[in-house]
Design a protein around this ligand. Structure first.
Ligand code: NAD
Ligand code: DAU
Length: 352
Protein backbone atom coordinates (compact mmCIF):
# COMPACT_ATOMS: atom_id res chain seq x y z
CA UNK A 1 0.00 0.00 0.00
CA UNK A 2 1.30 3.47 -0.86
CA UNK A 3 -0.21 6.61 0.61
CA UNK A 4 0.25 9.38 -1.94
CA UNK A 5 -0.43 12.99 -1.03
CA UNK A 6 -1.47 15.06 -4.06
CA UNK A 7 -1.65 18.78 -3.24
CA UNK A 8 -3.86 21.04 -5.36
CA UNK A 9 -5.86 18.04 -6.54
CA UNK A 10 -9.08 20.06 -6.87
CA UNK A 11 -7.50 22.38 -9.45
CA UNK A 12 -7.12 21.97 -13.19
CA UNK A 13 -4.08 19.70 -13.60
CA UNK A 14 -4.41 18.20 -10.12
CA UNK A 15 -7.92 16.89 -10.81
CA UNK A 16 -6.76 15.09 -13.97
CA UNK A 17 -3.83 13.61 -12.06
CA UNK A 18 -5.98 12.48 -9.12
CA UNK A 19 -8.47 10.81 -11.51
CA UNK A 20 -5.64 8.99 -13.30
CA UNK A 21 -4.01 7.79 -10.05
CA UNK A 22 -7.27 6.74 -8.35
CA UNK A 23 -8.33 4.68 -11.38
CA UNK A 24 -4.91 3.24 -12.23
CA UNK A 25 -3.73 2.31 -8.72
CA UNK A 26 -6.58 0.82 -6.68
CA UNK A 27 -3.95 -0.49 -4.24
CA UNK A 28 -2.82 3.07 -3.37
CA UNK A 29 -4.58 5.55 -1.14
CA UNK A 30 -4.70 8.93 -2.90
CA UNK A 31 -5.02 11.80 -0.43
CA UNK A 32 -6.08 14.97 -2.20
CA UNK A 33 -5.11 17.99 -0.09
CA UNK A 34 -6.52 21.30 -1.26
CA UNK A 35 -7.40 24.64 0.33
CA UNK A 36 -10.22 25.13 -2.19
CA UNK A 37 -9.29 28.63 -3.25
CA UNK A 38 -11.27 30.21 -6.11
CA UNK A 39 -9.37 27.78 -8.40
CA UNK A 40 -10.19 24.61 -6.49
CA UNK A 41 -13.45 22.94 -7.38
CA UNK A 42 -14.53 19.55 -6.07
CA UNK A 43 -17.03 19.29 -8.91
CA UNK A 44 -13.94 18.48 -11.02
CA UNK A 45 -13.71 15.16 -9.19
CA UNK A 46 -17.32 14.00 -8.74
CA UNK A 47 -16.56 10.77 -10.63
CA UNK A 48 -13.93 9.63 -8.10
CA UNK A 49 -15.54 11.00 -4.92
CA UNK A 50 -16.93 7.61 -3.84
CA UNK A 51 -13.84 5.52 -4.66
CA UNK A 52 -12.49 3.60 -1.65
CA UNK A 53 -8.88 4.62 -2.40
CA UNK A 54 -9.67 8.36 -2.53
CA UNK A 55 -9.66 10.81 0.39
CA UNK A 56 -10.18 14.57 0.29
CA UNK A 57 -8.65 16.79 2.99
CA UNK A 58 -9.31 20.52 3.07
CA UNK A 59 -6.16 22.27 4.29
CA UNK A 60 -3.75 25.10 3.52
CA UNK A 61 -0.21 23.96 2.68
CA UNK A 62 1.08 27.00 4.62
CA UNK A 63 -0.39 25.54 7.82
CA UNK A 64 2.69 23.63 8.99
CA UNK A 65 1.12 21.89 12.03
CA UNK A 66 -1.74 20.69 9.78
CA UNK A 67 0.81 19.34 7.27
CA UNK A 68 2.57 17.41 10.05
CA UNK A 69 -0.74 15.96 11.22
CA UNK A 70 -1.67 14.88 7.69
CA UNK A 71 1.69 13.14 7.10
CA UNK A 72 1.27 11.23 10.32
CA UNK A 73 -2.47 10.48 10.09
CA UNK A 74 -2.28 9.08 6.55
CA UNK A 75 1.24 7.60 6.71
CA UNK A 76 2.21 9.61 3.64
CA UNK A 77 5.17 8.12 1.77
CA UNK A 78 4.93 10.01 -1.51
CA UNK A 79 4.05 13.61 -2.33
CA UNK A 80 3.08 15.06 -5.70
CA UNK A 81 2.95 18.79 -5.05
CA UNK A 82 0.83 20.90 -7.39
CA UNK A 83 -0.95 23.33 -5.03
CA UNK A 84 -0.10 26.86 -6.08
CA UNK A 85 -1.40 30.21 -7.12
CA UNK A 86 -1.12 29.70 -10.86
CA UNK A 87 -2.30 32.75 -12.81
CA UNK A 88 0.32 35.26 -14.01
CA UNK A 89 -2.12 38.21 -14.21
CA UNK A 90 -3.19 37.69 -10.59
CA UNK A 91 0.48 37.56 -9.53
CA UNK A 92 1.02 41.00 -11.06
CA UNK A 93 -1.85 42.41 -8.96
CA UNK A 94 -1.16 40.47 -5.73
CA UNK A 95 2.40 39.09 -5.53
CA UNK A 96 2.21 38.47 -1.77
CA UNK A 97 -0.27 35.61 -2.03
CA UNK A 98 2.03 33.98 -4.60
CA UNK A 99 5.04 34.20 -2.29
CA UNK A 100 2.90 32.90 0.57
CA UNK A 101 1.48 29.79 -1.11
CA UNK A 102 4.11 28.98 -3.69
CA UNK A 103 7.21 29.67 -1.60
CA UNK A 104 6.22 29.39 2.07
CA UNK A 105 3.64 26.68 1.36
CA UNK A 106 6.20 24.56 -0.50
CA UNK A 107 8.69 25.07 2.32
CA UNK A 108 6.10 24.01 4.89
CA UNK A 109 5.41 20.79 2.95
CA UNK A 110 9.12 20.07 2.49
CA UNK A 111 9.78 20.48 6.20
CA UNK A 112 6.79 18.29 7.09
CA UNK A 113 8.09 15.59 4.70
CA UNK A 114 11.62 15.83 6.09
CA UNK A 115 10.48 15.50 9.71
CA UNK A 116 8.04 12.67 8.93
CA UNK A 117 10.59 10.69 6.90
CA UNK A 118 13.87 11.50 8.70
CA UNK A 119 15.89 8.39 9.50
CA UNK A 120 14.32 6.34 6.72
CA UNK A 121 14.11 7.97 3.32
CA UNK A 122 13.73 4.53 1.61
CA UNK A 123 10.81 4.47 -0.83
CA UNK A 124 9.92 8.08 0.02
CA UNK A 125 9.56 10.76 -2.63
CA UNK A 126 8.73 14.46 -2.84
CA UNK A 127 7.85 15.42 -6.42
CA UNK A 128 7.34 19.09 -7.30
CA UNK A 129 5.26 19.94 -10.37
CA UNK A 130 6.63 23.17 -11.79
CA UNK A 131 6.53 25.37 -14.86
CA UNK A 132 8.66 26.30 -17.87
CA UNK A 133 8.16 29.98 -16.90
CA UNK A 134 11.08 29.68 -14.43
CA UNK A 135 13.42 29.70 -17.45
CA UNK A 136 12.26 33.16 -18.53
CA UNK A 137 11.66 34.12 -22.13
CA UNK A 138 13.09 32.91 -25.45
CA UNK A 139 13.65 35.10 -28.49
CA UNK A 140 10.89 34.92 -31.13
CA UNK A 141 13.24 33.38 -33.67
CA UNK A 142 14.64 30.31 -31.95
CA UNK A 143 15.94 28.20 -29.09
CA UNK A 144 14.40 25.83 -26.55
CA UNK A 145 14.35 25.49 -22.78
CA UNK A 146 16.30 22.40 -21.70
CA UNK A 147 16.80 21.09 -18.16
CA UNK A 148 20.14 22.96 -18.16
CA UNK A 149 18.71 26.38 -19.06
CA UNK A 150 19.55 28.97 -16.39
CA UNK A 151 16.61 30.22 -14.32
CA UNK A 152 15.51 33.74 -15.30
CA UNK A 153 11.94 34.31 -14.05
CA UNK A 154 10.22 37.60 -14.86
CA UNK A 155 6.73 37.61 -13.33
CA UNK A 156 5.97 37.37 -9.61
CA UNK A 157 4.34 34.00 -10.44
CA UNK A 158 7.43 32.58 -12.14
CA UNK A 159 9.72 34.09 -9.49
CA UNK A 160 7.69 32.29 -6.80
CA UNK A 161 7.80 28.98 -8.70
CA UNK A 162 11.57 29.38 -9.31
CA UNK A 163 12.04 29.97 -5.59
CA UNK A 164 10.00 26.88 -4.72
CA UNK A 165 12.07 24.79 -7.18
CA UNK A 166 15.25 26.03 -5.48
CA UNK A 167 13.89 25.06 -2.04
CA UNK A 168 13.03 21.57 -3.30
CA UNK A 169 16.59 21.10 -4.61
CA UNK A 170 18.03 22.62 -1.42
CA UNK A 171 16.21 19.98 0.67
CA UNK A 172 17.76 17.30 -1.54
CA UNK A 173 21.28 18.74 -1.41
CA UNK A 174 21.22 19.69 2.29
CA UNK A 175 19.13 16.98 3.96
CA UNK A 176 19.16 14.22 1.35
CA UNK A 177 15.37 14.39 0.87
CA UNK A 178 14.49 12.25 -2.19
CA UNK A 179 13.00 14.68 -4.70
CA UNK A 180 12.03 14.96 -8.37
CA UNK A 181 10.92 17.98 -10.38
CA UNK A 182 9.25 18.59 -13.69
CA UNK A 183 8.81 21.84 -15.60
CA UNK A 184 5.94 21.83 -18.06
CA UNK A 185 4.66 24.13 -20.78
CA UNK A 186 1.11 25.59 -21.08
CA UNK A 187 -1.63 23.02 -20.47
CA UNK A 188 -5.09 22.99 -22.01
CA UNK A 189 -8.14 20.76 -21.60
CA UNK A 190 -11.25 20.28 -19.48
CA UNK A 191 -11.72 21.83 -16.01
CA UNK A 192 -9.37 24.81 -16.52
CA UNK A 193 -10.53 27.93 -14.71
CA UNK A 194 -11.84 30.42 -17.30
CA UNK A 195 -9.33 33.12 -16.47
CA UNK A 196 -6.73 31.33 -18.61
CA UNK A 197 -6.61 32.06 -22.33
CA UNK A 198 -8.33 29.01 -23.86
CA UNK A 199 -11.38 28.54 -21.57
CA UNK A 200 -11.80 32.32 -21.22
CA UNK A 201 -11.99 32.75 -24.98
CA UNK A 202 -14.35 29.79 -25.49
CA UNK A 203 -16.65 31.21 -22.81
CA UNK A 204 -16.51 34.72 -24.27
CA UNK A 205 -17.25 33.47 -27.79
CA UNK A 206 -20.26 31.62 -26.36
CA UNK A 207 -21.54 34.90 -24.86
CA UNK A 208 -20.46 37.11 -27.81
CA UNK A 209 -18.14 39.00 -25.49
CA UNK A 210 -14.86 40.69 -26.53
CA UNK A 211 -11.72 38.53 -26.78
CA UNK A 212 -8.92 40.56 -25.13
CA UNK A 213 -5.63 39.93 -26.97
CA UNK A 214 -2.66 41.27 -25.01
CA UNK A 215 -0.25 43.46 -26.99
CA UNK A 216 0.35 42.41 -30.58
CA UNK A 217 -0.86 38.82 -30.08
CA UNK A 218 2.52 37.61 -31.33
CA UNK A 219 3.73 36.05 -28.09
CA UNK A 220 4.32 32.33 -28.43
CA UNK A 221 3.27 29.57 -26.05
CA UNK A 222 3.90 25.81 -26.27
CA UNK A 223 0.64 23.92 -25.64
CA UNK A 224 0.18 20.43 -24.15
CA UNK A 225 -3.05 18.49 -23.55
CA UNK A 226 -3.52 18.22 -19.79
CA UNK A 227 -4.07 14.44 -19.77
CA UNK A 228 -0.66 14.02 -21.44
CA UNK A 229 0.85 16.10 -18.63
CA UNK A 230 -0.86 13.88 -16.03
CA UNK A 231 0.55 10.77 -17.76
CA UNK A 232 4.03 12.30 -17.72
CA UNK A 233 3.76 13.07 -13.98
CA UNK A 234 2.70 9.48 -13.26
CA UNK A 235 5.66 8.17 -15.29
CA UNK A 236 8.21 10.50 -13.70
CA UNK A 237 6.87 9.78 -10.20
CA UNK A 238 7.27 6.05 -10.71
CA UNK A 239 10.23 5.75 -13.08
CA UNK A 240 12.17 9.03 -13.09
CA UNK A 241 15.53 9.24 -11.34
CA UNK A 242 15.63 10.69 -7.83
CA UNK A 243 17.21 14.17 -7.73
CA UNK A 244 16.46 14.80 -11.42
CA UNK A 245 14.44 17.36 -13.34
CA UNK A 246 12.39 16.58 -16.45
CA UNK A 247 11.02 19.10 -18.93
CA UNK A 248 7.54 18.27 -20.25
CA UNK A 249 6.21 19.66 -23.53
CA UNK A 250 4.84 18.58 -26.86
CA UNK A 251 6.89 20.67 -29.35
CA UNK A 252 3.68 22.52 -30.15
CA UNK A 253 4.28 26.26 -30.43
CA UNK A 254 1.57 28.73 -31.36
CA UNK A 255 1.51 32.50 -31.67
CA UNK A 256 -1.40 33.64 -29.48
CA UNK A 257 -3.24 35.25 -32.37
CA UNK A 258 -3.01 32.11 -34.53
CA UNK A 259 -4.23 29.94 -31.66
CA UNK A 260 -7.10 32.37 -31.01
CA UNK A 261 -8.19 32.07 -34.66
CA UNK A 262 -8.22 28.27 -34.34
CA UNK A 263 -10.33 28.52 -31.17
CA UNK A 264 -12.75 30.87 -32.93
CA UNK A 265 -13.06 28.57 -35.94
CA UNK A 266 -13.70 25.44 -33.89
CA UNK A 267 -16.03 27.12 -31.39
CA UNK A 268 -18.08 28.82 -34.11
CA UNK A 269 -18.49 25.51 -35.95
CA UNK A 270 -19.50 23.60 -32.82
CA UNK A 271 -21.97 26.37 -31.90
CA UNK A 272 -23.50 26.10 -35.37
CA UNK A 273 -22.33 29.58 -36.42
CA UNK A 274 -20.55 30.26 -39.72
CA UNK A 275 -16.83 29.59 -39.11
CA UNK A 276 -15.13 32.91 -38.38
CA UNK A 277 -18.34 34.69 -37.37
CA UNK A 278 -16.71 35.54 -34.02
CA UNK A 279 -13.52 37.03 -35.49
CA UNK A 280 -14.82 40.60 -34.93
CA UNK A 281 -14.82 39.86 -31.17
CA UNK A 282 -11.00 40.04 -31.24
CA UNK A 283 -10.01 43.15 -29.29
CA UNK A 284 -6.38 44.20 -28.92
CA UNK A 285 -5.76 45.48 -25.38
CA UNK A 286 -2.77 46.77 -23.39
CA UNK A 287 0.02 44.22 -23.07
CA UNK A 288 0.60 42.18 -19.90
CA UNK A 289 3.40 43.82 -17.84
CA UNK A 290 6.66 41.94 -18.39
CA UNK A 291 4.97 39.67 -20.96
CA UNK A 292 7.38 36.84 -21.84
CA UNK A 293 7.86 36.69 -25.62
CA UNK A 294 8.14 32.98 -26.22
CA UNK A 295 8.20 29.64 -24.39
CA UNK A 296 9.34 26.41 -26.08
CA UNK A 297 10.17 23.22 -24.21
CA UNK A 298 12.69 20.61 -25.26
CA UNK A 299 11.39 17.38 -23.71
CA UNK A 300 13.95 15.08 -25.36
CA UNK A 301 15.23 13.82 -21.99
CA UNK A 302 11.75 12.64 -20.97
CA UNK A 303 11.30 10.89 -24.31
CA UNK A 304 14.73 9.27 -24.37
CA UNK A 305 14.92 8.22 -20.70
CA UNK A 306 11.30 7.31 -19.98
CA UNK A 307 9.70 6.91 -23.41
CA UNK A 308 7.02 9.58 -22.90
CA UNK A 309 5.36 11.21 -25.88
CA UNK A 310 2.18 13.28 -26.17
CA UNK A 311 -0.73 11.08 -27.23
CA UNK A 312 -2.83 13.72 -28.98
CA UNK A 313 -2.33 15.87 -32.04
CA UNK A 314 -3.13 19.50 -31.24
CA UNK A 315 -6.10 19.72 -33.64
CA UNK A 316 -7.69 16.71 -31.94
CA UNK A 317 -6.97 18.10 -28.46
CA UNK A 318 -8.48 21.51 -29.22
CA UNK A 319 -11.58 19.95 -30.79
CA UNK A 320 -12.03 17.75 -27.68
CA UNK A 321 -11.47 20.72 -25.38
CA UNK A 322 -13.90 23.12 -27.06
CA UNK A 323 -16.50 20.33 -27.21
CA UNK A 324 -16.04 19.67 -23.48
CA UNK A 325 -16.65 23.31 -22.51
CA UNK A 326 -19.69 23.54 -24.78
CA UNK A 327 -21.13 20.28 -23.44
CA UNK A 328 -20.41 21.41 -19.86
CA UNK A 329 -21.78 24.92 -19.99
CA UNK A 330 -23.22 24.44 -16.50
CA UNK A 331 -19.69 23.95 -15.15
CA UNK A 332 -18.59 27.17 -16.84
CA UNK A 333 -21.66 29.04 -15.56
CA UNK A 334 -21.15 27.70 -12.04
CA UNK A 335 -17.49 28.69 -11.83
CA UNK A 336 -18.10 32.11 -13.34
CA UNK A 337 -21.13 32.84 -11.15
CA UNK A 338 -19.59 31.48 -7.95
CA UNK A 339 -22.29 28.75 -7.77
CA UNK A 340 -19.62 26.06 -7.37
CA UNK A 341 -18.46 27.65 -4.12
CA UNK A 342 -21.76 26.76 -2.49
CA UNK A 343 -21.16 23.11 -3.31
CA UNK A 344 -18.04 22.82 -1.20
CA UNK A 345 -19.10 25.44 1.35
CA UNK A 346 -21.97 23.13 2.23
CA UNK A 347 -19.69 20.11 2.39
CA UNK A 348 -16.55 21.38 4.04
CA UNK A 349 -17.04 24.96 5.25
CA UNK A 350 -14.95 27.74 3.84
CA UNK A 351 -12.00 29.89 4.85
CA UNK A 352 -12.03 33.57 3.99
P1 NAD B 1 -4.98 25.72 -10.56
O1 NAD B 1 -4.91 27.16 -10.19
O2 NAD B 1 -6.04 25.25 -11.48
O3 NAD B 1 -5.09 24.83 -9.24
C1 NAD B 1 -4.35 25.10 -8.09
C2 NAD B 1 -4.96 24.31 -6.93
O4 NAD B 1 -4.17 24.57 -5.75
C3 NAD B 1 -6.40 24.72 -6.60
O5 NAD B 1 -7.20 23.57 -6.42
C4 NAD B 1 -6.26 25.51 -5.31
O6 NAD B 1 -7.41 25.42 -4.47
C5 NAD B 1 -5.05 24.83 -4.67
N1 NAD B 1 -4.36 25.73 -3.72
C6 NAD B 1 -3.98 27.01 -3.93
N2 NAD B 1 -3.41 27.51 -2.82
C7 NAD B 1 -3.39 26.50 -1.91
C8 NAD B 1 -2.92 26.40 -0.56
N3 NAD B 1 -2.34 27.43 0.06
N4 NAD B 1 -3.05 25.21 0.08
C9 NAD B 1 -3.65 24.14 -0.53
N5 NAD B 1 -4.14 24.21 -1.78
C10 NAD B 1 -4.01 25.37 -2.47
O7 NAD B 1 -3.53 25.36 -11.11
P2 NAD B 1 -3.09 24.37 -12.29
O8 NAD B 1 -3.12 25.10 -13.56
O9 NAD B 1 -3.81 23.09 -12.14
O10 NAD B 1 -1.55 24.16 -11.90
C11 NAD B 1 -1.17 23.17 -10.97
C12 NAD B 1 0.34 23.21 -10.79
O11 NAD B 1 0.98 22.99 -12.03
C13 NAD B 1 0.85 24.55 -10.27
O12 NAD B 1 1.90 24.31 -9.37
C14 NAD B 1 1.38 25.24 -11.52
O13 NAD B 1 2.43 26.13 -11.20
C15 NAD B 1 1.87 24.05 -12.33
N6 NAD B 1 1.84 24.24 -13.79
C16 NAD B 1 0.71 24.67 -14.42
C17 NAD B 1 0.69 24.77 -15.81
C18 NAD B 1 -0.54 25.21 -16.56
O14 NAD B 1 -0.46 25.40 -17.77
N7 NAD B 1 -1.69 25.37 -15.94
C19 NAD B 1 1.83 24.42 -16.55
C20 NAD B 1 2.98 23.99 -15.85
C21 NAD B 1 2.96 23.89 -14.48
O1 DAU C 1 3.89 27.97 -19.33
C1 DAU C 1 3.25 27.38 -18.25
C2 DAU C 1 2.30 28.37 -17.61
O2 DAU C 1 1.20 28.53 -18.51
C3 DAU C 1 1.82 27.92 -16.24
O3 DAU C 1 2.91 27.84 -15.37
C4 DAU C 1 0.77 28.90 -15.70
O4 DAU C 1 0.26 28.42 -14.45
C5 DAU C 1 -0.36 29.00 -16.70
O5 DAU C 1 -1.30 29.95 -16.26
C6 DAU C 1 0.19 29.41 -18.08
O6 DAU C 1 0.68 30.77 -18.05
P1 DAU C 1 0.40 31.82 -19.24
O7 DAU C 1 0.52 33.17 -18.69
O8 DAU C 1 1.22 31.48 -20.43
O9 DAU C 1 -1.15 31.43 -19.57
P2 DAU C 1 -2.42 32.34 -19.91
O10 DAU C 1 -3.52 31.42 -20.32
O11 DAU C 1 -2.71 33.32 -18.83
O12 DAU C 1 -1.94 33.17 -21.18
C7 DAU C 1 -1.52 32.54 -22.38
C8 DAU C 1 -1.06 33.62 -23.35
O13 DAU C 1 -2.21 34.37 -23.78
C9 DAU C 1 -0.11 34.65 -22.75
O14 DAU C 1 0.85 35.03 -23.73
C10 DAU C 1 -1.00 35.82 -22.38
C11 DAU C 1 -2.09 35.76 -23.45
N1 DAU C 1 -3.43 36.21 -23.01
C12 DAU C 1 -3.96 35.68 -21.89
C13 DAU C 1 -5.21 36.04 -21.43
C14 DAU C 1 -5.80 35.46 -20.16
C15 DAU C 1 -4.14 37.13 -23.77
O15 DAU C 1 -3.66 37.61 -24.81
N2 DAU C 1 -5.39 37.51 -23.34
C16 DAU C 1 -5.95 37.01 -22.19
O16 DAU C 1 -7.10 37.42 -21.83
Amino acid sequence: MRNILVTGGAGFIGSHLVRLLVNKYPEYRIVNLDKLTYAGNLANLRDVEGCPNYVFVKADICDFPAMQRIFSEYGIDGVIHLAAESHVDRSIKDPFSFARTNVMGTLSLLQAAKLAWEGSYDDKLFYHVSTDEVYGSLPADGGFFTEKTKYDPHSPYSASKASSDHFVRAYHDTYGLPIKLSNCSNNYGAFQFPEKLIPLFINNIRHNKPLPVYGSGENVRDWLFVEDHARAIDLIFHEGKVGETYNIGGFNEWRNIDLIKVIIRVTDRLLGRPEGASLPLITYVADRAGHDVRYAIDSTKLKEELGWEPSLQFEEGIEKTVKWYLENQQWLDDVTSGEYEKYYENMYGRES
